[in-house]
Design a protein. Structure first.
Ligand code: NAD
Length: 520
């Protein structure tokens, strides 16, 4: 089936967000090319899946070595295409991707291993069940621009090691990083048709979601996530959705305020505020609210805006349109009585770190995802109100609680609707290759990273074996009065309310279960 609203195929561009320079154009992949890529992937996947797991793990190990050797080149490419500081490109994209590869190499043997079991119901005592893990086949991956290497890589590496072929549609804003990632995998021994990268825009993504794939991994906004989930629903194929967030950061009166201010400022303003799991709403209890705002504003004021030069902390936002949305959200807050520190639109896509205090629940900065260097701060009475405000959002990606009392922070963590809750830290879960990451509510379904991320790439299949080929089963036809008495005896034996009731059915049940005779 073709995409319903087809944009004209256009080029997508690699642009330096700091200067606006277009430094590379890529033709957008057409619907027919998407279908062709998926067909090639389908033809190539069985041979890839048939390789011993060790061969696929070794391909990932070669990829890891290649990426490590080319880490400076890759970080420079990411910086040029996304505008983030070099240190962030190295730490949050390159090193995290190396970790993801190492995790898949090391854990796949255990997580993807078959296991054998005997079912729990005694009537099934003869069965031997083997649970195997089969790759889906062709996995489509659609990814955003904010972590242009890590986000496509973490799903791709798990999918490949599990024996799937991957067709990746990266963001139209960061195609070069994804194309280079695909090259490194192919240079490491992954066949061309098993790892394909299709530069393109939203229409290319729509074509991939509607193509003959077996599962879709989507990372991006909730609005687009809904569309791809609908496309997958029409074909009844599964999709894993990693969507937006409006993460709360609860600051309690016993928090170390200096550390909390540094952590929240880093979490919010690194990657120019364009991080799904960034703390976007600071929820501060009344007792320390004013002191905390003073520290937040002082810390944020020290950040150096710029890119490239050593010491610059906050790079440009990715595109003018994103700056416009942030400005509109900020204006709404100002009109509703917020106090603003720091906001200033610089040249190009630069925007100074901005603290919006005196925020209230109905403001757009509290209700919507803010995807830029803007932190909203709201005052609350106590823990109960903090939890209520934290959960008053359609999103549920991650959260943080800042307190010296870890038991109290854990209790609060248990009541926040989110995929992850950090205590005295923020954001770091996305850098943990071995810890599952994902959201609840409109932040998505499914998990990446960790064992759960590997399991997202396979179907469990049960092989049920009866090792006594000439024994018929006690519940097969032959439904006479004797059979009915046997079945009732078994119900009493297996689920009776008292020992007496259970024993009353035992003899007849055991006789039935070991008998080889059946009338039919
Ligand atoms: P987006 O939804 O605009 O685009 C994401 C991808 O979807 C892009 O590749 C785009 O080309 C493609 N796309 C657009 N329209 C499509 C359609 N109709 N069908 C199929 N694909 C289509 O998101 P974005 O602006 O690139 O990324 C920012 C968003 O991603 C934020 O909301 C952020 O919070 C979220 N995000 C979430 C996570 C997570 O792990 N949960 C991680 C990073 C980013």
């Amino acid at each position: 089936m073709r995409s319903e609203t087809r944009e004209l195929p256009t080029a997508v561009e690699s642009i330096d967000p700091a200067t606006g320079e277009v430094w590379r154009r890529w033709p957008a992949t057409s619907d027919d090319e998407v279908a062709g890529a998926v067909a090639r992937a389908r033809a190539a996947q069985p041979a890839w899946a048939a390789l011993p797991l060790g061969d696929r793990r070794r391909a990932l190990a070669r990829f890891r070595r290649r990426l490590f050797e080319r880490r400076d080149e890759m970080a420079a490419l990411i910086q040029r295409e996304s505008g983030k500081p070099a240190a962030e490109a190295m730490m949050a994209d390159v090193i995290t991707t190396l970790d993801a590869a190492r995790f898949c190499e090391r854990r796949s043997r255990q997580v993807l291993a078959s296991r054998t079991m005997i079912p729990g119901n005694i009537a099934l005592w003869r069965k031997r069940v083997t649970i195997t893990h089969e790759p889906y086949g062709v996995i489509g991956i659609i990814s955003p621009w904010n972590y242009p290497l890590l986000l496509p890589a973490s799903s791709t590496l798990a999918a490949l090691v599990a024996g799937n072929a991957v067709v990746l549609k990266p963001s139209e804003l960061t195609p070069a990083t994804a194309v280079r990632f695909g090259q490194l995998l192919r240079e490491s021994g992954v066949p061309d048709a098993v790892m394909q990268v299709l530069p393109g825009n939203g229409a290319t993504g729509a074509a991939l979601a509607q193509a003959e794939i077996d599962k879709l991994f989507f990372t991006g906004s909730a609005a687009t996530g809904r569309k791809v989930a609908e496309a997958c629903g029409r074909r009844l194929i599964p999709c894993a959705l990693e969507l937006g967030g409006s993460d709360p950061a609860i600051v309690l009166e016993d928090a170390d305020l200096e550390t909390a201010a540094s952590g929240i400022v880093w979490g919010r303003f690194s990657n120019a505020g364009q991080t799904c799991v960034a703390p976007k709403r600071a929820i501060v209890v009344d007792a320390v609210h004013d002191a905390f705002i003073t520290r937040l504003e002082a810390t944020a004021a020290k950040l150096v805006v710029g890119v490239g030069a050593a010491g610059s902390d906050v790079g440009p936002m990715i595109r003018t349109t994103q700056v416009d949305v942030l400005e509109a959200q900020l204006r709404d807050a100002q009109e509703r009585g917020a106090r603003v520190a720091g906001a200033a639109r610089g040249t190009g896509h630069f925007f100074a770190p901005t603290i919006v205090s005196n925020a209230s629940r109905e403001m757009r900065v509290m209700r919507e995802e803010t995807f830029g260097p803007l932190l909203a701060v709201i005052r609350v009475r106590d823990d109960e109100e903090a939890i209520a405000v934290a959960n008053d959002t359609p999103f549920g990606l991650s959260a943080s609680v800042w307190s010296r009392d870890l038991a109290r922070a854990r209790r609060i963590a248990g009541r926040i609707a989110a995929g992850t809750v950090h205590i005295n830290d923020a954001v770091s879960v996305v850098g943990m290759a071995d810890v599952p990451h994902g959201g609840v509510k409109e932040s998505g379904t499914g998990r990446v990273h960790g064992d759960a991320g590997l399991r997202e790439c396979v179907r469990e299949k049960a092989i049920v074996v009866d090792p006594f080929p000439s024994w018929r089963q006690p519940w097969w036809f032959g439904y006479g009065a004797e059979h009915a008495r046997n079945i009732d005896a078994f119900a009493r034996f297996w689920h009776g309310r008292s020992l007496f009731e259970r024993l009353s059915g035992a003899w007849r049940s055991l006789k039935m279960l070991v008998s080889r005779e059946r009338p039919i």
